[in-house]
Design a protein. Structure first.
Lengths: 472, 459
């Protein structure tokens, strides 16, 4: 076995090592399992570690390789799964005590696709219960810590997934993004996180938060790795009627096409009053893209400011309905086990859907949602993609914001609009401020993931922020 | 004269009907589980979707949507070109997701009507809407090892259910019965459900209130009747309610708005849920299903695929086969009988038999069309008419012995008493033991008597 430092290993490299038989899948998996176990006490990234299953799967993949079977680039790759994705035979908690002992009888579509690609699940990651939160602190299984600064949050709700990848415990992790739950933690942990177009990746089998906003994303160290995973997860699914049957690109192919003559819009509403250091980091990134041949134009998305308000009506309404099934009859624990945030959203959502209030809240919000989408449609007549910040803040201290829920909601300010509009957005690292990661997001029109990867890749190749791993 | 306060002299019933019918699709409405669950072992027809497991999503069954649209067309409704599903949120242990997927403001069809028997003429009852929803699981209360428990069977969960809502335009229990039966007949003609009240695949929920005769506005309250599993009980419950509400109104009070059930043992309706406990279902568009749109051509195509409906068949049978209204009514009650009749008529033609004869045989002999072939029916019919070939010598011998043994009848006949010959013929037929044409026998007797008289004269 070659001496491998897994902390800055990518899927691309690992796949080459496996294919050239420099490392066995079992060895690669063991290295990662070792790191998972070593760090989990410190980071609390995993709720469940799938040691036996992972070793067993690794052996199987090694046999396939020994038989000379041609396997894809994800074969033997250790990955982590956000604990909202149903995994057959593996406990799936949603980060909530309500489902503490729930073991699904089926796999989510994303999981069965990754399994078919011979990727290996090393564990189920921690999250804000039910996906409700932007810090990981709403987990009923304790907060996850940011590997770049253990006193700080890794973002949320896909907190464990971000920490797991950033800490080198796995090479990729699945995540969900309903209002920023993939992009914000990716940005807090120096990772690449994709929120795909609504309908690009099947939602089947993933515990629903807000069905009209939920998207199934993933996090990786690099843009290329990210594209490799979308190649597997994207595409129609007979079990999700909102999944698009549009053709799936090969997202990794021509990823190095460059940004020459690509028009990048800078939505001014996202920069008004932005923390100067974050603003500076983003403008620096734009300079690099400009140098690479992109054209930068300032644009306006006039309904931006209503995003959070609309989001916090539509989302809790759907949450209140989606959580209704956890009534204590079948899943072990009853409603009294819901945490404060879930209860808050159930009450909010139940209220806005009530007769007499529906028109003023839900219906109105849906109308404004349409205006927000129209803003994007209009702006994409002028530019190819938009670049803007992911989060208005840097990774904050654990406990700093969790006394004021509204404060936490405002952390979603730059991310919710892509969910309301259903369009894709790729978050990627753009540097460090005071040793804390900062990210940008590249937003594009419906099904423009390939373009987002090309733009992201061009920038990443110039900066290679992913090389800066946390000291653990 | 004081009249007994029965039919509420000054009060007129205002009755509307909500009917739920389970569709006979192959699979359930949003998953692949078989919808044919009747009698199956509990929870054997289930999957993550109809169990409402975390993460599962509905996948619409196109067949069930077609069924509902066909029913809409059969009920003279307008098929909506744009439609959608909504979530109806409420808690009940038989509802695994905590909401039911139903349709709120955009049902598949609206504004139809059905013609029923009125007091004198046909009466048109308008249909407000026909929509699709999913059925719930079923609760069974039992005692196991001394513990009182409630068991849930999810086999029925997710079976497509069509809801037909009428305007409150019926005014008697006879009318609701006729409405429900007409609806049942149409559904069975379409082949979309067995619509069996006893098995629960058809459930009727009348809502009823009373207003002063002559008033046009709807009464300020209404009583919904639930859990009724036969036409008979529906009629009884409605009649009971008319009496009960009339009494309350006579005492210058207004009945309380509520849901009542039918207690068959006590023969009375009983309160189940009052208005204060009425649900706020918090309907909103089902985000897991995309809105549906249909092209006008699709509804035209659907129309062309429609089978002949009961009233159309009735009309055609009376005209084509010159049947009486009574006969046509009986023959079209069940589409299988009507089809059997027409098949049999085709065969009957080759044997010189009339449609009327075929109809009579089906009706009078109460033919079970399920285990009889049309050709068999014709055979029965022919046999009943057929007379066997009888050996002439044998017949002559029998007649001669009958004549010998009945001299009184013979002499009566010769004296001109015509009916005496009938007696002789009857005796002859009895001894023949095979079917013979009575006319032939009478003819033969007459011939024998005539020739014997002739011989007497000659000798």
């Amino acid at each position: 076995m070659k001496n491998v430092d897994i902390t800055n290993l990518t899927i691309k490299e690992a796949s080459k090592l496996i294919a050239s038989k420099q490392i066995k899948v079992k060895e690669l998996v063991n290295l990662h399992l070792g790191r998972v176990k070593k760090l989990n006490g410190k980071l609390n990234a995993f709720i469940t570690i799938c040691e036996d299953q992972a070793r067993h799967q690794a052996e199987k993949v090694d046999i396939l390789i020994a038989q000379g079977q041609k396997l894809g680039p994800l074969a033997g790759i250790p990955f982590a799964v956000k604990d909202l994705f149903s995994t057959k035979g593996i406990k799936t908690t949603a980060g909530s005590k309500v489902l503490e002992n729930y073991v699904p009888v089926y796999d989510a579509t994303v999981i069965s696709r990754l399994k078919n690609a011979n990727a290996i699940i090393v564990g189920k990651t921690n999250l804000d219960a039910w996906g409700h939160g932007a810090s990981g602190e709403n987990s009923d299984f304790g907060p996850t810590h940011n590997p770049y600064n253990l006193k700080r949050v890794p973002g949320g709700s896909s907190s464990g997934s971000a920490t797991a990848v950033a800490s080198g415990s796995c090479l990729a992790a699945t995540s969900t993004d309903t209002g920023g739950s993939t992009r914000q933690p990716a940005s807090f942990c120096n990772l690449v996180g994709l929120k795909p177009t609504y309908g690009r990746v099947s939602r089947y089998g993933v515990i629903a938060m807000a069905s009209s906003l939920d998207t199934m994303g993933h996090m990786t160290k690099t843009v290329y790795d990210n594209a490799l995973i979308l190649n597997i997860t994207a595409g129609k699914d007979e079990f999700d009627s909102t999944a698009s049957d549009g053709i799936v690109d090969n997202y990794a192919e021509h990823i190095d096409k460059g940004v020459k003559n690509i028009k990048i819009g800078l939505p001014k509403e996202y920069f008004d009053g932005l923390e100067p250091k974050i603003k500076a980091a983003i403008l620096k990134a734009l300079k690099i893209l400009e140098k690479l041949g992109a054209k930068i134009v300032e644009v306006s998305l006039p309904h931006t400011e209503y995003g959070v308000a609309v989001y916090y009506i539509v989302q809790p309404a759907e949450v209140s309905s989606n959580l209704a099934r956890y009534d204590g009859i079948r899943f072990g624990f009853g409603r009294e086990m819901f945490g404060a945030e879930a209860k808050r959203r159930i009450i909010l959502g139940t209220f806005t859907l009530s007769s007499g209030y529906y028109d003023a809240y839900y219906l109105k919000a849906m109308k404004v949602r349409r205006l927000i989408r129209d803003d994007f449609i209009n702006v994409f007549k002028k530019v190819d993609v938009l670049i803007c910040p992911v989060s208005p803040t840097l990774p904050f201290k654990i406990g700093e914001k969790n006394t004021n829920p509204l404060d936490m909601y405002l952390d979603d300010i730059f991310t919710v609009n892509a969910n309301l509009a259903g369009i894709p957005s790729l978050a990627l690292p753009c540097g460090f401020i005071d040793d804390l990661p900062v990210g940008i997001q590249i937003i594009g029109p419906d099904f423009s993931e390939k373009l987002l990867y090309q733009v992201g890749y061009a920038y990443e190749q110039e900066t290679k922020w992913y090389e800066r791993t946390p000291k653990l | 004269m004081v009249r007994k306060d029965t039919k509420a002299m000054n009060w007129e019933p205002v009755i509307g009907l909500e009917v739920h019918i389970e569709l006979k699709t192959k699979s359930k409405m949003f998953c692949r589980c078989s919808a044919d669950y009747f009698g199956a072992e509990p929870n054997s027809h289930t999957c993550p979707i109809c169990l409402g497991l975390p993460g599962a999503l509905p996948k619409p069954n196109v067949e069930s949507i077609k069924f509902v649209q066909k029913l809409g067309l059969a009920l003279n409704c307008r098929i909506q070109l744009s439609s959608k599903f909504d979530r109806k949120n409420y808690f009940y242990p038989d509802l695994p997701k905590g909401f039911q997927i139903s349709q709120y403001d955009k049902p598949f069809s609206i504004n139809g009507h059905i013609e029923i028997k009125g007091q004198e003429n046909l009466k048109r009852i308008r249909i407000t809407r026909v929509h699709l929803e999913e059925d719930t699981g079923k609760l069974t209360h039992a005692t196991i090892n001394g513990r009182r428990v409630t068991l849930i069977d999810f086999n029925r969960s997710g079976v497509p259910l069509v809801e037909i809502v009428s305007e409150p335009e019926m005014s008697s229990s006879d009318e609701i019965k006729d409405y429900a039966q007409k609806l049942q007949q149409i559904v069975r003609y379409l082949g979309i459900s067995d619509a069996d009240m006893e098995k629960g695949s058809m459930r009727i929920e009348p809502n009823i209130s009373l207003r002063r005769v002559g008033e046009k506005a709807l009464p300020p309250y209404k009583i919904e009747l639930k859990n009724i599993n036969s036409f008979k009980f529906a009629q009884a419950a409605v009649e009971y309610e008319i009496e009960r509400q009339a009494k309350i109104l006579k005492s210058a009070k207004t009945p309380q708005q509520e849901t009542r059930g039918w207690n068959e043992i006590k023969k009375q309706t009983v309160s189940q849920r009052s208005k204060e406990l009425a649900h706020d279902y918090r309907y909103f568009p089902e985000p897991d299903l995309v809105p549906l749109s249909f092209k006008p051509q699709e509804s035209i195509k659907l129309k062309s695929e429609m089978p002949e409906l009961p009233h159309q068949k009735f009309k055609r049978l009376t005209l084509t086969y010159e049947l009486s209204q009574y006969d046509a009514q009986i023959l079209t009650r069940d589409i299988k009988v009507a089809e059997f009749f027409e098949e049999a008529v085709k065969i009957a033609k080759d044997h010189g038999l009339s449609p009327k004869e075929v109809a009579n045989t089906i009706i009078n002999k109460n033919i079970n069309v399920k285990n009889t072939l049309p050709a068999q029916l014709i055979k029965i019919l022919l046999e009943s008419k057929k007379t066997e070939e009888i050996d002439d010598n044998k017949l002559t011998a029998i007649i001669n012995s009958v004549l010998r043994e009945n001299p009184k009848a013979v002499s009566d006949f010769t004296k001109g008493k015509e009916t005496a010959i009938m007696f002789l013929a009857g005796q002859t037929l009895k001894r023949l033991k095979v079917k013979a044409d009575p006319r032939l026998v009478i003819e033969k007797i007459k011939n024998i008597l005539a020739s014997s008289r002739k011989r007497k004269i000659e000798s």
